[in-house]
Write a protein that binds this ligand. Structure first.
Ligand code: SF4
Length: 419
């Protein structure tokens, strides 16, 4: 069984990967308090059917042969090193599962010796888990770029989800900050995982269905100079090309203050939060990256991206809720996808008023500035005052969403959802 010292090193080293939903939290325990969200080890993720599962989040090894500037596990960093054998990880998963600590595994690794060697060990681990330990829980495996495609294909037949991190928003930044990696080496396995032939040929190579929970990726934000527009265009391209389930955005954490290529300070978490909101608009609301960002290529900090777009395009408003197409209703701040469809259903039967909208859970304090209902307008007619009201609401809502206070610093939690 793995000893406690190595377990701490390997779980702590994995905590910077945000591809699990709870990983963004940095709330620490306080004297007399209970729990510590900043500590590595267990994280949460959502399965394809929407269930939230707790996962053991661990690296097989943090002994990295690569030297990515932004990474705590980089070769040149003087940190305690450890690795575990596939058997040790399997024992740990089985023990934790039996004790009801976890429902699944998030397994990643630094590149120990070579990509192929590391991928072989990861594959060995998941095969043992499925075949010897008969473990049927959720497994999310981080793939190793440049590893042999056959190893990746076999792994895909044993795990629920796999991800290759795109890491940085441009090839130029990748070359500068992660010189041993290349865009091609990262994109190639993503393309393979999304190809029907690759999936088909994987049949018989493993235990079950090929990647039932699909693939995701992660991008570091704020370590390099790309704009939000560049980041969102890249995400849009990845969603379109590889049918990704999610792109995760990870605000850069200054773990390497000596580097002359990196910002001295960690990136603003509000930027990460706005990118998640914008990503939601790309995937579900029919927006394009070009529409969402400002002229300078960045997202507004003051308002959420949908509200910011609406404020910049008041020529489209107000819209009459009884006649506007659904594609326009979902662009109204305060009307989400579900509300838009509820409105469309309800107006077939009756002419909707503001009271009806209230019952449909439309966020009227926001939406009222952008709609009429049965010809009536209850919003603020003065544009300047309306913007102030919206900004105040945004500040109050953000305050409610604040996950914690750290010293004098107020940090914002990463949330996603209908906006
Ligand atoms: S490959 Fe780069 S990002 Fe991954 S563990 Fe090694 S140094 Fe860190």
């Amino acid at each position: 069984m793995i000893d406690e010292k190595r377990l701490i090193i390997l779980t702590q080293s994995a905590k910077y990967d945000v591809s699990c939903s709870s990983s963004g939290s940095r709330r620490q325990n306080v004297p007399g308090g209970l729990g510590n969200a900043a500590f590595g080890g267990i994280c949460h993720s959502f399965t394809s059917d929407g269930r939230c599962v707790s996962l053991l989040k661990i690296l097989l090894s943090n002994k990295c042969a690569y030297d990515c500037q932004y990474c705590v596990n980089r070769r040149s960093n003087d940190v305690p090193r450890a690795s575990a054998s596939p058997e040790e990880i399997c024992e740990l998963v089985a023990e934790f599962y039996k004790r009801n600590y976890i429902e699944g595994l998030f397994l990643s690794s630094a590149v120990e010796i070579s990509p192929d060697r590391t991928m072989e060990l990861l594959l060995d681990t998941v095969i043992r888990l499925r075949k010897l330990y008969r473990f049927n829980g959720y497994i999310h495996l981080k793939g190793i770029p440049n590893a042999d495609p056959l190893l990746i294909q076999r792994a895909g037949a044993y795990v629920d989800r796999m991800s290759f991190n795109i890491e940085l928003p441009s090839e130029r930044s990748l070359k500068l900050l992660a010189p041993q990696k290349s865009k091609n080496a990262i994109v190639k396995p993503m393309r393979l995982l999304s190809s029907a032939d690759f999936k088909e040929n994987a049949r018989g190579r493993g235990a079950g269905k090929f990647l039932p929970a699909g693939q995701t990726t992660q991008m570091i934000v704020g370590a390099s100079p790309e704009t939000d527009g560049q980041i969102l265009r890249l995400s849009q391209g990845l969603y379109d090309a590889f049918s990704l389930k999610r792109v995760y955005y990870s605000a850069y954490i200054a773990v390497n203050p000596q580097s002359r290529y990196l910002p001295a300070k960690s990136a603003n978490l509000l930027r990460e939060h706005r990118l998640y909101q914008a990503d939601w608009l790309l995937r579900f609301y029919g927006f394009t990256a070009e529409e969402i960002v400002r002229e300078d290529g960045f997202l507004d900090e003051e308002y959420d991206p949908k509200c910011a777009w609406a404020v910049r395009h008041m020529e489209n408003f107000p819209v009459e809720v009884n006649t506007a197409p659904v594609e326009m209703l979902v662009r109204v701040p305060g009307i989400g996808i579900r509300s838009a469809y509820r409105i469309r259903e309800a107006r077939r039967r009756t002419r909707l008023t503001f009271d009806d909208l209230k019952k449909m859970r439309v966020v009227l304090k926001r939406a009222k500035h952008f709609i009429t209902a049965d010809g009536k307008f209850f919003g603020e007619e003065n544009f300047g005052r309306m913007k102030t009201l919206l900004a105040l609401q945004e500040t109050n809502e953000n305050a409610e969403q604040l996950s914690f206070l750290t010293g004098n610093e107020i940090e914002k939690s990463v949330i996603t959802g209908e906006i």
